[in-house]
Write a protein that binds this ligand. Structure first.
Ligand SMILES: *[C@@H]1O[C@H](CO)[C@@H](O)[C@H](O)[C@H]1NC(C)=O
Ligand SMILES: *[C@@H]1O[C@H](CO)[C@@H](O)[C@H](O)[C@H]1NC(C)=O
Ligand SMILES: *[C@@H]1O[C@H](CO)[C@@H](O)[C@H](O)[C@H]1NC(C)=O
Ligand SMILES: *[C@@H]1O[C@H](CO)[C@@H](O)[C@H](O)[C@H]1NC(C)=O
Ligand SMILES: *[C@@H]1O[C@H](CO)[C@@H](O)[C@H](O)[C@H]1NC(C)=O
Length: 296
């Protein structure tokens, strides 16, 4: 397992992704790096903190010459044993091993390779939450449960239904890890499928969320709540209310209501979920507290 991943790491660091990241960072880098970059190859290497060993490699040398490794400009004594040929092997590397590694020709001190090593974790699946207060938009936010210690970006896209075209879910606030789906299709019962993909140099992880608009909408409270007696039904009361005025199209999108009431003399309140407009408690309730209707 470990050797498989190490192999993967080396391929990654020598491959396209690495040169891509390197060239992007070089632009913002300090003057010293820019000068060295013209003469010494710089490699950006990323490694998983969970790996038992991290291998740094130096370009091939003449068999006769020796290699000396330095980290942030100084050599460390313990490294001699860990060295295998031209490679430097870090065992149980931690965040303290982040830094700039250079391998030198031991005879001349010439720098042969410069490696920026950064340790971290691949992203885990983003934990996504969505909500909506009206039909205008679905707002979704997400986070990662484990700190990656690496720059991690997110791609958010959605489709309506399972087969529809994928659109960007725009992240209007940079770095806030939120996006908004607008232009909702009101008359469809198909879910929206949100794809939030986290990306960093060690990997990607995707969470697909099925969003049913009627399940995440949190409407305003109902209005016009009334309790009245029912003729000839002395043990029952009639409770009526209207959907909130802000709720568009209640006939197409009926609301569910949660009703809480407590019977006189008891501190226990009861919760009733009811789709309709009439509540018939079967025991004699005196409505010591008026029911407090609330949005879901
Ligand atoms: C690395 O960690 C493993 C497991 O925690 C441990 O058995 C091993 O002794 C450690 N090696 C070094 C060099 O610290
Ligand atoms: C090495 O340099 C890097 C970047 O300047 C720094 O973040 C890190 O703490 C340094 N590590 C050590 C052990 O000096
Ligand atoms: C949803 O997101 C939009 C755009 O970012 C914002 O204007 C709006 O206030 C958000 N609504 C809620 C309920 O968070
Ligand atoms: C989710 O989004 C990522 C990044 O855009 C993409 O590579 C992946 O194929 C998408 N997955 C699905 C199931 O749509
Ligand atoms: C209801 O709660 C109050 C205060 O918490 C307490 O004094 C009273 O005895 C309780 N009544 C019953 C019937 O449990």
């Amino acid at each position: 397992m470990a050797s498989f991943w190490l192999l993967g790491l080396l391929m990654l660091s020598d491959g396209f992704l690495s040169s891509c990241l390197a060239s992007r960072e070089d632009v913002a880098c300090c003057g010293q790096d820019a000068v060295l970059a013209t003469t010494v190859p710089v490699r950006h290497q990323y490694a998983d903190l969970g790996w038992p060993e991290v291998v740094l490699s130096c370009p091939a040398l003449k068999a006769t010459s020796h290699v000396e490794w330095r980290m942030n400009g100084t050599s460390a004594a313990g490294w001699t044993e860990a060295r295998e040929g031209d490679h430097l092997v870090l065992l149980n590397a931690s965040l303290a091993d982040d830094g700039e590694y250079t391998c030198h020709d031991a005879a001349t001190g010439q720098i042969l390779q410069k490696i920026h090593l950064k340790l971290g974790y691949p992203p885990d699946k983003p934990v996504v939450q969505c909500r909506s207060i009206s039909y205008a938009a679905i707002n979704c936010s997400w986070c990662l449960e484990t700190e990656t210690h690496l720059a991690t970006s997110f791609i958010s896209t959605y489709r309506h239904g399972l087969e529809g075209e994928a659109y960007e879910c725009p992240q209007s606030v940079p770095m806030a890890n939120v996006c908004s789906i607008t232009n909702l299709q009101l008359f469809s019962t198909d879910p929206y499928m949100l794809n939030v993909t986290a990306i960093n140099p060690l990997g990607t992880a995707t969470t697909l969320s099925f969003i049913f608009l009627d399940q995440i909408i949190k409407p305003d409270p109902p209005e016009d709540v009334k309790v009245s007696p029912i003729n000839k039904e002395r043990k029952k009361l009639l409770l009526t209310w209207k959907p909130p005025g802000s709720w568009l199209l209640p006939e197409y999108f009926p609301l569910k209501y949660s009703i809480k009431y407590s019977v006189d003399g008891s501190n226990n309140s009861k919760r009733v979920d009811n789709r309709g407009n009439i509540l018939h408690p079967d025991r004699h309730p005196s409505w010591s507290n008026l029911p407090r209707p609330s949005g879901r």
